[in-house]
Design a protein around this ligand. Structure first.
Ligand code: C5P
Length: 399
């Protein structure tokens, strides 16, 4: 899968940089075109001569070539790459990547990269376990970067623990698998809803819920990375998409979300209803702010919102796939099965309310998937980016 792929190999200053030579050799052997970008500290551990000989390209490290003044464009490199792999990634570079500290060529290239980024940390066990490192790695995960977790074993310090960079063969395997699944949604038109809806009470107040949009956005990113043509209909959220190919339609209320979905659904192959749509909306919206200084306490009369998933379920054609979500507090499986049938869905993703680390706002989720052909698949607690790929993998088994 790596034949002809453009790969940026970022090397930071750590003992594990010696393993980057094997990694480079394996990538080149697999047919990839590799451009090495090394930090100034990286050059203390491994020489550019070895790296340029193996990659058959000059190694990039500085912003300019000193004697000619030639500028090395991190923007062009970022556009050229099909993927960037940073191995080893040191605590310092991980912190700079997490916070956008663009003080060397590797970090500017990382910030300009439009392609998927893989990060293989390598450091001493205490640095690896430090809350600062864990937080920075979580930030990178939240940007959609893939962390290739280090192994436990003997470290350069002589201590034994988690921090050894994953072996080059394993890193190549991860990249290979990534590219193998990458194009399996090519040409599929997908509609994804995400986030909460806000139902206006007056010009300054609304009825809403705690949905962060993270799960729906992760599905949109994963689907686009796998080649799908994605329209993401999003309620008001603070998360943003990083893939510019995703067509984001911003809406506020359930009615606006329904109308945006009805526009897109007829042309779609797959629709995933991930939004936490408000069930009720105020019957009327006050034209000016409801004041506190009234004698009577205001009563807000609610009316039922349209059920978007059920509406699309009615309109669904034979070759379309419709997927819903369920967040249940009790009789979880029965309720989810009932919803699957009632809304004419092909698959429903049941979110756990019981497990810590699952549900609204967090970066992880634990789901059970039920399919209309009576399968029940249980998944472990994982980052939402991985859950997104599990959901897409299961959709591809449906028809
Ligand atoms: O009925 P319930 O709200 O539990 O169903 C959840 C599923 O239905 C989710 O997929 C959600 O996006 C969708 N839904 C919808 N429109 C609504 C309510 C829920 O599309 N008004």
């Amino acid at each position: 899968m790596l034949r002809g792929k453009h790969i940026i190999l970022g090397i930071c200053g750590g003992i594990a940089a010696y393993k980057s030579v094997s990694l480079l050799r394996l990538l080149v052997k697999a047919g990839a075109e590799v451009q090495v970008v090394i930090t100034p500290a990286g050059k203390e551990f491994i020489t550019p001569v070895t790296l340029s000989a193996l990659s058959q390209k000059p190694v990039v490290s500085e912003f300019f070539t000193a004697n000619t003044g030639e500028w090395h464009s991190h923007v062009d490199l970022g556009l050229w790459a099909d993927c960037m792999v940073i191995a080893p990634a040191t605590a310092s570079s991980i912190a700079k990547m997490a916070n956008g500290v663009a003080d060397n060529m590797l970090i500017t290239t990382y910030l300009s990269a439009k392609s998927p980024v893989f990060v293989a940390p390598a450091m001493d066990l205490d640095m690896m376990a430090h809350p600062s490192t864990r937080r920075n790695l979580d930030l990178l995960r939240s940007y959609g970067n893939h962390i290739i977790e280090p192994e436990s074993g003997e470290l350069a310090s002589g201590l034994v623990g988690k921090g050894r960079m994953e072996e080059p063969e394993k890193i190549v395997e991860v990249l290979d698998r990534f590219f193998a699944t990458r194009e399996d949604l090519h040409g599929r038109k997908m509609l994804i809803t995400a986030g909460p809806t806000h139902e206006k009470i007056d010009p300054v107040r609304f009825i809403g819920n705690y949905s962060s949009g993270k799960m729906g956005y992760a599905i949109a990113e994963a689907a686009a990375a796998r080649g799908a043509d994605v329209t993401l209909v999003s309620g008001p959220v603070s998360v943003q998409v990083s893939n510019p190919a995703i067509n984001v339609v911003r809406v506020e209320s359930a009615r606006e979300m329904l109308s945006a979905c009805e526009d897109t659904f007829p042309q779609c192959d797959i629709a995933i209803m991930c939004a936490a749509v408000a069930d009720y909306a105020p019957e009327s919206v006050a034209t000016s702010k409801i004041k506190r200084e009234h004698d009577e306490i205001p009563v807000i009369k609610l009316v039922k919102n349209p059920d978007i998933a059920a509406t699309l379920g009615q309109e669904k054609k034979k070759d379309q796939i419709l997927v819903g979500f369920a967040l249940e507090t009790d009789h979880e499986l029965e309720n989810a099965f009932d919803k699957l049938g009632r809304k004419n869905l092909d698959m429903i993703v049941l979110n756990s309310m019981r497990d810590a680390g699952a549900g609204f706002g967090v970066d992880t989720n634990k789901v059970t998937i039920l399919t209309s052909d009576n399968r029940r698949l249980e998944f472990s607690l994982k980052p939402k980016t991985e859950v997104a790929n599990d959901i897409l993998d299961t959709i591809l088994t449906l028809k």
